[in-house]
Design a protein around this ligand. Structure first.
Ligand SMILES: C[S@@+](CC[C@H](N)C(=O)[O-])C[C@H]1O[C@@H](n2cnc3c(N)ncnc32)[C@H](O)[C@@H]1O
Length: 202
């Protein structure tokens, strides 16, 4: 599926699921904070795509995976259950975090993973050796400087559906049953000060 078709499919899937399209206010009853506004609607990644994302990132027991916008936690839970990795899921929607914690407990990985209500743009990524994303093209591009700045050399980034713009072409792109996944590895080029002010570090 090409990116335009996928974006349309993504937004239709969100609408079909009865989910408000962007930006959607999310009530945060427990802590009386004002409702947060989501940058991306909730659409879960199919399990076969999750499995391939983790394989593509070569997730292992030594890894610490962060899923930015974790939904029901399936990527973090799968990384812990299938590969013994540790992980953190971040979502601005408290309902998703409640689901994710329940799913981790059910899978028996509650001690290896953590789920927090937080904004993905304000999350410290420095501990991650793998970051996973299923967001939107403009959100990926906005996140790019943070990924370059905070991730260590050798960390892997895997995105379902959307790339990081022409300034950071993916190292690998695969089709999984009509879904696209992209993978990048942070290298010295992403850490070095660039002559063009950091716009292009492929
Ligand atoms: C397309 S879903 C992906 C869910 C999960 N990663 C997956 O692949 O199954 C995007 C998720 O991002 C969350 N989200 C949207 N904006 C966010 C933000 N600014 N900070 C944290 N999470 C956000 C939504 O609540 C939603 O659960």
């Amino acid at each position: 599926m090409n990116p335009i078709m996928h974006r349309r499919h993504f937004l239709l899937a969100a609408a079909a699921g009865g989910i408000a399209l962007l930006p959607a206010p999310v009530a945060c009853a427990q802590d009386k904070r004002p409702p947060a506004r989501l940058d991306v609607p909730y659409v879960p990644t199919p399990q076969d795509v999750v499995d391939r994302m983790l394989e593509l990132a070569h997730v292992a027991k030594s890894d610490y995976l962060i899923d930015l916008g974790c939904g029901d936690g399936r990527i973090v839970v799968s990384a812990a259950r299938e590969f013994g990795a540790q992980g953190l899921g971040i979502d601005l929607n408290p309902e998703r975090i409640t689901e994710a914690r329940a799913n981790a407990k059910k899978a028996g990985v509650g001690t290896r993973v953590d789920f927090r209500i937080a904004n993905l743009f304000e999350t410290d990524l420095s501990r991650a050796s793998v970051v996973t994303l299923y967001l939107l093209p403009d959100v990926n591009v906005k996140l790019r400087p943070k990924l370059w700045q905070q991730l260590k050399v050798g960390s892997r980034v895997v995105s379902h559906a959307f790339d990081m713009g022409p300034e950071w072409p993916p190292e690998r792109t695969e089709d999984v049953g009509g879904r696209t996944i992209h993978m990048w590895t942070i290298g010295p080029a992403q850490k070095a000060p660039a002559a063009d002010g950091g716009r292009s570090r492929a």
